[in-house]
Design a protein around this ligand. Sequence first.
Ligand SMILES: *Cc1c(COP(=O)(O)O)cnc(C)c1O
Length: 219
Amino acid sequence: MTPASALDDIRARIAAAARGVGRDPASIRLVAVSKTFGADAIEPVIRAGQRDFGENRVQEAQAKWPALQTAHPGIRLHLIGPLQSNKAADAVALFDAIHSIDREKIARALAAEIAKQGRAPELYIQVNTGEEPQKAGVMPADLAALVTLCRDTLGLAISGLMCIPPVDEEPAVHFAFLQKLARDHGLVRLSMGMSDDFEPAVELGSTDVRVGSAIFGAR
Ligand SMILES: *Cc1c(COP(=O)(O)O)cnc(C)c1O
């Protein structure tokens, strides 16, 4: 399958999953995860109409996206990987959405850069729904405090929550949990669902599915 036909196929599957639960397909944003792929692989996907792209490393994105953005106006870049506070300035300068806030230090660094640069990327808090020791994301028990810090102390507009379910568990359980946590905190967006599980994610309210290998092929 070419990237363009893969994209059509995924869009159709997102729309079908959405309609199946009475959701408007237009309310779901497809983020094409282009990490590890170069401009030659990305350009056909842009030409096929895709505008939202996800990267998991700031430095990699800095190396390949500015030229592509100049050539193709209207690209929106999403940072979906862990962020170090010494990269906060670069991240705020380059990305339109940051899905991976998971601790106070990052929230503070982003707030300072957002004020300094006058940019307003969409912000998501990543939750470690499986409570896996090696995984990024705030523990569910610590989410309320982080939301309060971001909103009330730092004045950050948090759009929603993000999760990456454990590989060996039923993803729908984690998507339902993230949906509940978002409701509890009055957050409207849910960044959840990847190549293997975006349909159940859409059924459970995902607004941002992050799909890489199903579009670009194996990494
Ligand atoms: C790589 C990655 C994806 C995409 O994964 P695929 O299985 O290739 O669709 C989604 N989200 C995050 C956070 C990732 O790092």
